[in-house]
Design a protein. Structure first.
Length: 50
């Protein structure tokens, strides 16, 4: 899933426990710049881990 707007959902995952996890592009950008930047480009792995 891709976001057209910084505040649209960037990706959304339904966990095995039925919990819907989603993030916006702007928050993902914060994650990969403020938090561990090694996560840049790892969206697929993050989604699979959830």
């Amino acid at each position: 899933m891709t976001a057209e707007n910084q505040d649209d959902p960037y990706f959304e995952v339904l966990t095995p426990l039925g919990i819907r996890i989603r993030t916006t592009l702007s928050y993902w950008q914060k994650i990969i710049t403020v938090k561990p930047p090694i996560m840049a480009g790892q969206e697929t792995i993050v989604q699979q881990a959830l």
